[in-house]
Design a binder for this molecule. Structure first.
Ligand code: SAM
Ligand code: SF4
Length: 328
């Protein structure tokens, strides 16, 4: 599949639910309104849409949210999508999670064909982790990560860079990841959603965030790519593969390969735009032909680039949608 700008689209992110058991301060406000459950696609509908997308050229799927492992019986969906990996129709099925239910789900993920996952972890200090997530228990997450590791899942830790919050933790986090054989991805905070207080003041460019690592180490660019937007570097002497995700300071839209299916059936063509195409009615009343037609429309309407820089500066341009609605 190609969009109007000649980009190959082969990666689908599926937000399984917009709900979450955490309320990370940069992601959503404490009092967040979620979609009514009746608005959600059921697992059969998600699997049908995903199957159709795969027929048209999607090769990688990432489950995200909200917290994907918090939706009831999500193992049914994981197993269903995993069949496409086993048949060779899909190169990869992955997942981004806050880790709170990993100790239960890690073996199921592995058996279903998942080989690597991303786990969000913004701090290794229990009180700070609890404050950033508004309630998370660090020990529970570290335990879940350990179970995932022993289950044979490859792990990348996602750390959102927050000035004045975790900018003193980059060195310990790098060490934790290196010691355990995990990759580490750092993410610049994006201006998504209403009512997220303090985020503009917490923005820090990754060039500044990683400075402590460069005092004693060296970074060498790597050719390694995953399906996502991270640019990878080798950090020595820690032997750490470090990914930098810089939506704010180094735009990566030129090689965007993604579409995002939200839990209510809307396909978002860009994280930074309100454009979407609604697949729920299509799958319920129009069948596969309607799904195919909408997919072509989504490709036509995919914007050339996001405009987070202006959205960060000008409140009136900001998107009302939070990250949990479209999935990170
Ligand atoms: N709940 C899961 C988790 O936290 O990993 C999956 C969904 S979460 C929305 C996906 C990723 O988006 C996480 O790594 C999270 O840290 C990141 N994220 C959320 N809001 C963000 C924002 N405003 N800017 C940058 N990254 C954000
Ligand atoms: Fe939940 Fe993930 Fe958003 Fe945190 S970043 S509130 S864990 S969806």
């Amino acid at each position: 599949m190609q969009d109007n700008f000649g980009r190959t689209i082969d990666y689908l992110r599926i937000s399984v639910t917009d709900r979450c058991n955490f309320r990370c301060t940069y992601c959503m406000p404490e009092q967040q309104t979620f979609l009514p459950r009746t608005d959600l696609l059921d697992y059969t509908e998600i699997a049908l849409i995903a199957g159709r997308f795969i027929r048209h050229g999607i090769r990688k799927i990432r489950l995200t949210g909200g917290e994907p492992l918090a939706r009831r019986d999500v193992d049914v969906l994981i197993q269903e999508l995993g069949r496409h990996v086993q048949s060779g129709a899909l190169d990869e099925l992955t997942l981004t999670t806050n880790g709170s239910r990993l100790s239960y789900f890690a073996p199921i993920l592995r058996e279903s064909g998942v080989r690597r996952i991303n786990v969000s972890l913004d701090s290794l200090v229990p009180a700070k982790f609890n404050a950033v997530t508004r309630g998370g228990d660090l020990d529970q997450i570290l335990n879940g990560i350990e179970v995932a590791k022993t289950s044979g899942l490859g792990i990348r830790i996602n750390m959102v860079a927050l000035k004045g919050v975790n900018d003193d933790e980059i060195a310990p986090m790098a060490k934790y990841c290196a010691t355990n054989g995990f990759d580490l991805a750092l993410i610049e905070t994006m201006p998504l959603g209403d009512g997220v207080s303090g985020r503009t003041g917490q923005f820090i460019p990754l060039d500044d965030f990683i400075r402590p690592l460069l005092e004693k180490g060296t970074l060498t660019p790597l050719d390694h790519r995953t399906a996502g937007p991270a640019r990878y570097y080798q950090l020595e002497p820690l032997h750490l593969r470090l990914g930098l995700i810089t939506p704010m300071t180094h735009n990566f839209c030129g090689d965007c390969n993604r579409l995002r299916l939200a839990s209510d059936g809307k396909v978002h063509m860009c994280l930074g735009s309100e454009f979407h195409v609604d697949f729920r009615d299509a799958i319920r009343s129009g069948g596969m032909e309607a799904v195919d037609r909408l997919l072509q429309k989504a490709l036509r309407l995919k914007p050339e680039r996001h405009d987070f820089e202006r959205q960060m500066e000008d409140k009136d341009l900001r998107l009302h949608r939070h990250m949990n609605a479209t999935g990170g």
